[in-house]
Every structure is written in structure tokens, then in C-alpha cells.
Design a protein around this ligand. Structure first.
Ligand SMILES: [Zn+2]
Length: 183
């Protein structure tokens, strides 16, 4: 349920969730600077609001932190894409070569695209696509994206066999996936 609250004269929207499992209230600020409030099933909305008020400074601080982070990320314009796509290609091809020495798959063409919603994909005919935005990722996350698409050449699905392939070069893939999903 979407709600709003006024904290220090600022209107803060938040997602309000009632949970049958949780025993205490929980405030989460997601990386996109949105607030989620989870409360135990029987707790009143009023109690939850009091709790949010008490934590106002912490909440506003966190929201500001993530908003700044967001705006310090290079704005993904077409100009940026044109400027960085060659760099992205260099990185992608180098990493593909490196990891494929282990896997030995054969791939067709490699495309660097200006994609916002996906880091990479693999087509049925063995073309690999990557968003130029991977240049903004840490090495660890970037390696994972490369290995993920590479392994689709072996397993064109997300079965356990696929993940076992990924784990051969990125054993901590589960943790990395969580990180990427939170981005
Ligand atoms: Zn996949």
C-alpha cells in the first residue's frame, strides 16, 4: 500500500507492508531512495507513523544519501553511449576472451547497446549483447554479467545446470545477483 508522511516539512511517500511473519517494525531505504515500512500484522497504521516520525532524521539522511548517489551516476545519455561504447567493447571482448579460455564456447557477434533495463543478453544464434553501462559496474559485477551471458551459450535457460556453469568461474554468483537486483 502506498502512503505518505510529512517529515521535517517534506512529503515522503512510502510503501506500507503488513507482514504476518515479522515481529517488529522495519524501515528500509532502497537504493532508488524509496522508503519501505514493514510492520507486524496487528500493528496499527498510527503506531507505524509514530515510529517513522521517531526515525525521521535517519530516514531523511538515508534518502538524501541515495539521491546524491543517483545523481552522481553518469546520466545515461546517448552522448555517453557514443563516448563510451568503444571502451565498453574493449572491456567486454577482453573479459569474454579471458573467461572463454575456461569454457571454450563459440559465440557469434558481440553487440554493445544503449540498454537501460538489461545488462546483457544472449540470442539463440549465439550473439551476445551487453549494455555499455557495464563500464560503471565494479569489476566483480562486470565479470558476473560477462560470465552469465557466456554460460547461456552452454545452457540456454536458468536451470541448475546453468548456475553450476556460472559457479565454475564466479562461485559467489548468488551474492552478486542480489547486489545487481538491488541496483
Ligand atoms: Zn540469463
Amino acid at each position: 500500500m502506498q502512503k505518505e508522511i510529512i517529515l521535517n516539512n517534506q512529503k515522503i511517500p512510502y510503501t506500507f507492508r503488513k507482514s504476518r511473519r515479522s515481529r517488529c517494525m522495519r524501515l528500509t531505504i532502497k537504493t532508488d531512495a524509496t522508503l519501505v515500512v514493514s510492520v507486524p500484522w496487528l500493528l496499527s497504521g498510527k503506531k507505524a507513523e509514530d515510529f517513522i516520525m521517531q526515525k525521521a532524521d535517519w530516514i531523511l539522511g538515508k534518502i538524501k544519501h541515495f539521491q546524491n548517489k543517483e545523481s552522481s551516476l553518469p546520466s545515461a545519455t546517448r552522448k555517453d553511449y557514443l563516448k563510451y561504447k568503444n571502451l565498453a567493447r574493449e572491456i567486454v571482448e577482453k573479459k569474454l576472451k579471458y573467461f572463454n579460455e575456461f569454457y571454450g564456447f563459440s559465440y557469434n557477434r558481440v553487440f554493445i547497446r544503449n540498454q537501460k533495463t538489461r545488462w546483457g543478453s544472449c540470442s539463440k544464434v549465439g550473439n551476445l549483447n551487453f549494455s555499455y553501462r557495464i563500464i560503471y559496474l565494479s569489476e566483480k559485477l562486470c565479470n558476473y554479467i560477462i560470465v552469465h551471458e557466456l554460460c547461456h551459450l552452454g545452457e540456454f535457460n536458468h536451470s541448475q545446470d546453468f548456475w553450476d556453469l556460472v559457479a565454475k568461474t564466479v562461485p559467489e554468483y548468488k551474492k552478486i545477483r542480489k547486489e545487481i537486483k538491488g541496483m
